[in-house]
Ligand binder design. Structure first.
Ligand SMILES: NC(=O)c1ccc[n+]([C@@H]2O[C@H](COP(=O)([O-])OP(=O)(O)OC[C@H]3O[C@@H](n4cnc5c(N)ncnc54)[C@H](O)[C@@H]3O)[C@@H](O)[C@H]2O)c1
Length: 318
């Protein structure tokens, strides 16, 4: 019988047991939850959250799940949703304020940090006031509506000696950073091709798209950042084709579908294939192709070197 034919004669207890790789941060967190070890260097920080829309809700969900932070204030101008937010997230002792009352946050010396997820045009003012009140700041991108004012915000942070954090989120995804490390360690040799596929879903509202800065600034910046971060090179030739299939997007002078090809000084070729509107759901992929066979096989996670050992591939499903 097939079942007895394949019976394992060695007990799993006498074989080496597989363990998750160090980049499996959820497993590391589980271990720390299990052992209940407190690190005295990690105090509980008091926070204020500005804006509970699409991005702010993700931050709120992370904040309430993090035992190292205590949310004290939420600042949001849609007062009609305060009660539902309070009820849904069990925020009985959180103080809700409108943006006109935000000085209470800046003037409260117990607040260590603010998280800014309000609309882009409000960022610079909130960031500056919070820094000047000696709060650490995490701000959704972009920090300001132009380069000069973004630089001024960082200068303020330096002057007051508080951190101002704004970054490309995918760099902090263990799957992407593992691809970067493996490329930089020469696992697949000189990279011949690097490509990303980025398909947004659901289609953002027109109100959002109108203030987003356009598909290049709002979406493609992530792909350009990832590719140049992994390679450590900037392209010397860039060709772009773009089209708006959606009439409302065309009417505001933006695009919903873009293909970019990149040529790098070392001969590496890059491609970016991006869409605002993916009918099957959110889809983010990165593939790096080189001539060398990877020596690492069968690692955990989403790296599919068992399929093709000279490809490092990340497929993200969120
Ligand atoms: N949505 C995303 O996937 C995404 C991704 C990356 C970055 N961002 C950035 O996050 C920011 C917010 O985007 P969003 O999509 O969540 O917008 P959103 O419109 O869904 O939410 C913004 C929220 O901020 C509130 N608000 C308005 N003025 C405010 C003020 N002065 N102070 C405090 N709150 C205020 C609004 O009432 C609303 O609830 C933007 O800068 C955007 O570029 C969004």
């Amino acid at each position: 019988m097939a079942t007895t034919k394949f019976r394992d004669t060695v007990s799993p207890y006498s074989k080496p047991r597989p363990s998750p790789p160090p980049e499996d941060y959820l497993h590391q967190k589980y271990l720390s939850d299990l052992t209940l070890k407190q690190d005295a260097r990690l105090p509980v920080l008091k926070l204020a959250l500005f804006g509970v829309g699409r991005a702010g809700t993700i931050h709120l969900s992370n904040i309430v799940a993090n035992r190292r932070v205590k949310l004290v204030y939420i600042v949001d101008d849609i007062e009609s949703k305060w009660a539902s937010i309070k009820n849904y997230w069990h925020l009985d002792d959180v103080i809700f304020l409108s943006s006109k009352q935000a000085d209470k946050v800046y003037n409260d010396p117990s607040i260590d940090a603010v998280v800014v997820a309000s609309p882009t045009f409000t960022h610079e003012g909130i960031v500056r006031k919070a820094l000047e009140a000696k709060k650490a700041v995490f701000c959704e991108k972009p920090i300001a509506e132009d380069d000069a004012n973004s630089v001024k915000c960082y200068e303020t942070a330096r002057k007051v000696g508080r951190p101002l954090f704004c970054a490309f989120n995918r760099r902090f995804d263990p799957s992407y950073s593992s691809v970067k490390d493996r490329v930089r360690n020469g696992e697949i040799g000189h990279v011949h091709v690097i490509k990303t596929v980025a398909r947004d879903s659901p289609l953002p509202t027109l109100d959002y798209i109108k203030t987003s800065g356009g598909i290049f600034h709002d979406c493609i910046v992530h792909d350009i950042d990832l590719i140049t971060w992994i390679l450590g090179e900037f392209p010397i030739k860039v060709a772009v084709q773009a089209h708006a299939h959606i009439p409302e997007i065309k009417a505001i002078g933006d695009y919903d579908t873009v293909v970019i090809s990149l040529y790098f000084p070392s001969g590496t070729l890059g491609s970016i294939d991006i869409s605002r509107n993916s009918a099957y759901g959110y889809d983010q992929r990165l593939e790096v192709f080189g001539p060398k066979v990877s020596s690492v096989n069968g690692s955990w996670g989403k790296t599919v070197d068992s399929i093709a050992p000279n490809l490092l591939d990340v497929a993200l499903e969120l």
